[in-house]
Write a protein that binds this ligand. Structure first.
Ligand code: DX5
Ligand code: ZN
Length: 222
């Protein structure tokens, strides 16, 4: 498979919205629905006010399927836990700029481990906070909700930041993907794509849809 570029639309359903009592079937359903990546939200109850799952669950998914694993670490000290997510089979690891670590060093270690490196910024964090690292990443994640929970409404005010990140990419001839996460459906995906995002994370709007394949297709075509 040819790896996608920032000009390609990538749909990444978030497993957080799946039925945890049937994870294997849910991952199979995701692949059959035409998803490109599987987005895995790791929450520690400290960096965000929710606890989800860790490396053991990711490893179980990795062992039963070969879909690209997009691991979003909403945890403090991601540098400390990093090797466990690499060992679990992550393909891309995204860390938050706000998470209390040496960001450049962590990004370097992610790439050194053979994974793609992502950097996430919360809705309240200006794009300037990520700028020193934009030449060291494969993906910039602009959160479109305050991280912690699925099912929250999309924050329209993030759109100018996405456009600024896309403009910076062009000006500096960089190639990072721009991912959006939180409240994404066909309507909000169209706005994000217009602003310059290409990787669409979608939890509720895909897993809770009556027809997941149709929901994935609608986000792809939006
Ligand atoms: C939010 C997570 C998201 C979440 C998205 O903290 O990072 O990935 O699962 O869920 P929806 O698509 O339902 O907003
Ligand atoms: Zn996420």
């Amino acid at each position: 498979m040819i790896p996608p570029t920032f000009r390609d639309r990538v749909i990444a359903p978030s497993l957080l919205a799946a039925d945890f009592s049937r994870i294997r079937e849910e991952v199979t359903r995701t692949i059959k629905a035409g998803a490109d990546w599987l987005h895995l939200d790791v929450m520690d109850g400290h960096f965000v006010d929710n606890i989800s799952f860790g490396p053991a669950v990711i490893q179980a998914v990795h062992e039963t399927n070969d879909i690209f694993l997009d691991v979003h670490l909403m945890i403090s000290r991601p540098d400390h836990y990093l090797p466990r997510f690499v060992a679990a089979g992550a393909d891309l690891i995204t860390v938050h700029v706000e998470a209390g670590h040496d960001v450049a060093e962590t990004l370097h270690r992610i790439r050194e481990s053979g994974c793609k490196a992502g950097l996430a910024i919360n809705p309240a964090t200006p794009v300037e906070a990520a700028q020193p690292y934009l030449d060291q990443i494969d993906l910039l994640l602009c959160m479109t909700v305050v991280p912690g929970f699925g099912g929250q409404p999309f924050m329209e005010e993030v759109l100018p930041k996405i456009a600024a990140a896309a403009a910076w990419r062009e000006k500096h001839e960089l190639h990072y993907h721009i991912e959006v996460d939180g409240g994404i459906d066909a309507v909000t995906a169209a706005k994000c794509a217009q602003a310059g995002a290409n990787v669409m994370v979608a939890g509720s709007s895909t897993y809770r849809a009556p027809d997941m394949a149709a929901a994935v297709r609608a986000i792809r075509e939006a």
